[in-house]
Design a protein around this ligand. Structure first.
Ligand code: TXA
Ligand code: MG
Length: 331
């Protein structure tokens, strides 16, 4: 599979030039560029993880506070270990089972890792994405690419190139376009810098998966190790978001007096607000997650001032969805 053409106006590929070279020029060798690329979770905004100037620009474009670390993406586990200082046995097991894939491991950092990457922490977040386009880019680049989700700080992560353009527009150098992301929510983050794994951010790979493969129980997140970017209010649409039971949503719609409401409901249809501002999605966690951010963007675009989201089931497979909705609802 080859890299798809650049679609940003800012960096149109010269006629006949192989696309991969364009990105490499842009990212590396002092290019210091910002290239958005697809991963299986969400689109990332990539910068050379060894270039402090490019990282400074990355933070600026995202509007992200400097103390929030970014994940370094590499093509393989062998490359990942070059960024870490000590890698415990259980981290090796997790990498072997889940990389390439939607998992980020937080490890003690190697001396070479820039403070701009870690936000000054003594750990570094590492991920080997499985998306073929991300893999091709990383293999061609041959070094680490720092990539937060390609959205403005605090907003919904992008699951398509259109979302990236809508959020970051001309502020970046290129977007590698490759359809929609399969997982739809950000990677599971596991802190492996202590005695036992700690889940800092739930994702497609569940707590049970991590325990089974690590071969030990998870340690509790004691909040001193919590990922600095996982703030209570995050991943939010423009409109206010409220999580409610279905009966409460029906009540809210029935008694509504002139509020612009939109709703995200689970499978069984209920009285609609109108077909344009209600989405009904299957109550299957993986499917729901895949389209969650795109659905919230659609509901935002209706001009609603409040999005009523039917509370999904409180079971382990829904943990990542509940985490993101909880943050989006936090005011
Ligand atoms: O799926 C994903 O992980 C996507 C794709 C692009 O790979 N990336 C992503 O990056 O979600 P971002 O920057 O939006 O979120 C990264 C999270 C932040 O909450 C950050 O605090 C945490 O990872 N993180 C990164 N390095 C860390 C470290 N050394 N210690 C603790 N948390 C870390
Ligand atoms: Mg993000």
């Amino acid at each position: 599979m080859s890299l798809i053409e650049v679609t940003s106006d800012v960096a149109a590929a010269p006629q006949g030039a192989p696309a991969a070279f364009q990105y490499l020029d842009c990212l590396g060798d002092g290019g210091g560029g910002l290239v958005a690329f697809p991963t299986e979770t969400v689109y990332g905004l990539g910068a050379d993880a060894g270039n402090a100037e490019a990282l400074a620009r990355l933070y600026k474009v995202k509007g992200r506070p400097a103390a929030h670390p970014v994940i370094v993406h590499v093509a393989s586990a062998e490359e990942a270990w070059l960024w870490a200082d000590a890698v415990p046995e259980f981290a090796h097991k997790l990498a072997e089972r889940f990389w390439p894939g939607p998992l980020t491991l937080v490890l003690k950092r190697a001396a070479k890792v820039l403070d701009t990457v870690t936000g000054g922490a003594d750990t570094v977040g590492l991920r080997v994405p499985g998306h073929p386009v991300a893999q091709e880019l990383l293999q061609a680049f041959g070094a680490g690419i720092a990539a937060p989700s390609a959205n403005r700080f605090g907003r919904l992560s992008p699951t398509s190139a259109d979302h990236v353009r809508a959020d970051l527009g001309m502020g970046i150098d290129a977007v590698i376009e490759s359809g929609t992301c399969d997982v739809g929510l950000e990677s599971t983050i596991v802190d492996c810098s202590g005695e036992a794994p700690v889940i800092l951010r739930p994702g497609r790979i569940t707590a049970a998966d991590i325990e089974a493969v690590a071969g030990m129980p998870l340690a509790e997140d004691d909040s001193t190790v919590r990922a600095p970017g996982t703030l209570p209010a995050h991943y939010a649409p423009r409109a206010k978001l409220k999580m409610m039971r279905r009966t409460e949503i029906i009540e809210a719609v029935a008694t509504n007096k002139g509020k612009r409401l939109a709703a995200l409901l689970l499978e069984i249809p209920v009285p609609r607000l109108s077909s344009s501002n209600t989405l009904v999605v299957p109550a299957v966690a993986v499917t729901y997650a895949r389209s969650l951010y795109a659905n919230l963007r659609v509901l935002d675009a209706t001009g609603a001032d409040t999005i009523l989201v039917e509370t999904p089931p409180d079971s382990p497979s829904w943990a990542a969805v509940l985490d993101r909705l909880g943050r989006a609802a936090h005011t």
